[in-house]
Design a protein around this ligand. Structure first.
Ligand SMILES: [Fe+2]
Length: 182
């Protein structure tokens, strides 16, 4: 049946299912500075949360989520999501709702692109591009994402290779640094 949800700029969705609550201890290995990550993981802050509408994860459906990436850094690297490919290569639509952040994308061949995702901007992630979001500001970074119900989340393959670019705080704002190959 058709249904409606209300989204607010803080990222809450009514009604919703809470689908992800990612704490730092769940992603220590994602950050360049493991020692800093391990130290911060003792207090185990929540790095991000996602709320999802009650859409079936099935072919022909469009699942949508709001995600709130909290502000913070591990060493000088900004808080970010784990990032994933889709099991079935398929596109995703992003829309910036609050705060300041970036969408980092990478193909399986290692080609990398990033797009800033300020409030009111839409970014299109084509099929085959892994994607990660990064909060480069000092307030919550909130966005809407829409993807196919049968896309599936493959965290493992990008975890294995890592993203080739890391987003860190520099003197003049965010800097994009070539990652050390794992
Ligand atoms: Fe996705």
């Amino acid at each position: 049946m058709p249904f409606a949800t209300d989204l607010d700029v803080g990222g809450s969705m009514t009604p919703h299912n809470l689908v992800v609550e990612r704490r730092l201890s769940h992603m220590v290995d994602a950050y360049a500075d493991r020692a800093a990550a391990q130290e911060l993981a003792a207090a185990d802050p929540i790095v991000y949360r996602a709320y999802e509408a009650a859409v079936p994860h099935e072919t022909d459906h469009l699942v949508y989520r709001t995600t709130i990436v909290h502000p913070g850094r591990v060493g000088d690297e900004f808080y970010m999501t784990k990032g994933h490919h889709h099991h079935r290569d398929s596109a995703e639509f992003y829309y910036g709702m609050a705060g300041t952040g970036v969408l980092l994308m990478q193909t399986r061949d290692g080609e990398v692109r990033h797009e800033e995702l300020p409030v009111g901007r839409a970014v299109y992630v084509p099929p085959g591009w892994a994607h990660r979001t990064i909060n480069t500001g000092d307030t919550d970074f909130v966005f809407l994402a829409v993807f196919f119900g049968d896309a599936g989340h493959d965290y493992a393959s990008i975890e294995e290779t890592g993203f080739a670019v890391r987003v860190k705080e520099g003197a003049m704002g965010a800097v994009y640094e070539q990652a050390v190959t794992r």
